[in-house]
Design a protein around this ligand. Structure first.
Ligand code: FMN
Length: 457
């Protein structure tokens, strides 16, 4: 496989040969109504997170894969790096973008259906959680749109609620680039041409989730992830829109200006449902797919949902934290909306500056800054630092009036407004009183022979 021929199928083949226990093929018929989600949940509870390849899904002519990116090992495999190098590979790709290459023909155009032939009910009628809306969802959909001012392409995941043969509700959080693109079109009174890509290689998914300045074309970031230009084909309804040539499905259509529909409820990544929302409407005018396509899905609120966003969110948090204080050495998202920053501190104001920068992010609700001798993923150490390095009346701050996410179930309203928390759990550069850390002399530690002690010598 060359990097430019990477797609969902090549990745599934790679997993089958390199990590066979990471791919579980389910030959019996499964019910898309809760059962595929239940199978994933039961395996996850047993610490197993393979790709699930469902060959027969009730009511659907196509096979279904879910949990493609549900393990760090698979993300690393998809990026061609080691487990510990995912963050560095991600940063590399963002700093060394490679523009896509437009090709004339793509396997995604093997079948092209237009207008009345479009039927979204051919997708499996997937429902995950008890309180979800009765309408089925597409959850692994990457939406492609262009900024009408500068023509830059934006890619982002959006849950799509299938509302009819050719319409979906599209959930767009306030402040997202797509939200801005929709607003610009609304101001001009024009619909937003979009394409929806389904069935992707992990590098495409991670690139789509890149969240940098609006002027960054995420196809270039995907090229950076692959180390080669991504082959793309032009859309029919808007040739300026490009889509990966070997995606499994592409839906071409438009978000209608001024039109809204009721959407949800839907169980989100936090483990809680969003209630009913009033979302824009996506009209699908053309449905393209490979001759024997594979439908891709992400079970909402489970490992893959969190895992996929992690490299992009940590990359963004590291960038913003470093801009606030150059001594930042590591960041870790340890729980939803919670980031821990390890800092080699140069002045005692730095933790507050870092917290201010990260709390501006809608997904930054709790920021804990620790010294660089604390591993930020080790929660016991982090809480130990909060307890032992921090005087709450001075080092703990509640901030009000910043925008959060309406997906946070504790928010009192659905605008995402609420309060946030900054904890400076670093030791003061000038200790208030003399304290010493417990230490056994290194020379004595070095003399201890464990094998001798355990009688193995
Ligand atoms: C599986 C998955 C589903 C997502 N669903 C939505 C969604 O329905 N609406 C939304 O606004 N963002 C959703 N997101 C988050 C955005 O796609 C993501 O933050 C993206 O990077 C935003 O792009 P932007 O920074 O260009 O605005 C989802 C992310 C993942 C991984």
């Amino acid at each position: 496989m060359t990097p430019s021929s990477a797609d969902l199928r090549s990745f599934l083949a790679q997993v089958r040969s390199a990590r066979p226990s990471d791919l579980l093929e389910v030959a019996r018929e499964v019910d898309p109504n809760h059962e595929t989600a239940a199978i994933l949940a039961v395996l996850e509870a047993r610490q197993r997170s393979p790709i699930l390849y469902f060959h027969r899904v009730r009511g659907c002519e196509w096979p279904l894969v879910t949990n493609v990116c549900g393990s760090l090992g698979r993300l690393a495999l998809g990026l061609g790096c080691g487990l510990k190098e995912v963050a560095a590979r991600y940063a590399d790709a963002a700093h060394r973008p490679i523009a896509p290459v437009v090709v004339e023909q793509g396997s995604v155009h093997e079948v092209v259906l237009e207008h009345d032939a479009v039927d979204l009910h051919r997708f499996p009628a997937l429902r995950y959680h008890e309180d979800d809306a009765p309408q089925p969802y597409l959850t692994a959909a990457i939406v492609v749109a262009r900024d009408p001012d500068d023509g830059v392409t934006n890619l982002s995941y959006h849950r799509l609620m299938i509302a009819s043969r050719n319409t979906t509700g599209i959930y767009i959080e306030p402040g997202r680039h797509l939200d801005g693109i929709v607003a610009k079109h609304a101001a001009r009174g024009t619909d937003v041409p979009v394409a929806v890509v389904l069935g992707t290689h992990p590098a495409w998914s991670l690139g789509a989730l890149y969240s940098g300045p609006a002027a960054t074309d995420e196809y270039d970031v995907i090229g950076g992830m692959l180390g080669a230009p991504l082959p793309v084909v032009r859309c029919h309804h808007d040739p300026a829109l490009r889509v990966p040539a070997s995606a499994e499905f592409v839906l071409e259509g438009r978000i209608a200006v001024g039109e809204r529909m009721d959407e949800g409820p839907f169980g989100e990544f936090t483990g809680f449902g969003t209630g009913r929302t009033h979302t824009p409407v996506l009209h699908v005018e053309r449905m393209c797919h490979r001759a024997q396509p594979i439908v891709q899905d992400i079970v909402s609120g489970h490992l893959e949902h969190l895992m996929l966003s992690m490299p992009a969110l940590e990359h963004r948090a590291l960038r913003d934290a470093k801009a606030a204080a150059p001594g930042v050495v590591k960041v870790a998202l340890v729980a939803p909306l919670t980031v821990v920053v390890a800092l080699r501190k140069h002045d005692d104001e730095e933790p507050a500056r870092i917290a201010d920068a990260l709390l501006r992010d809608v997904y930054g609700k709790i920021v804990i800054v620790v010294d660089d001798d604390v591993e930020p993923t080790d929660l016991a150490r982090v809480l130990g630092a909060v307890a032992l390095s921090c005087q709450p009346h001075e080092q703990l701050r509640v901030v009000q009036g910043l925008r959060g996410t309406p997906l946070d179930p504790s928010c009192p309203d659905d605008r995402g407004q609420g309060s946030k928390l900054a904890i400076d759990a670093t030791r003061p550069l000038r200790p208030r009183r003399a304290v010493t850390r417990n230490r056994i002399p290194q020379a004595v530690l070095d003399r201890i022979d464990v094998a001798e002690l355990l009688g193995k010598k």
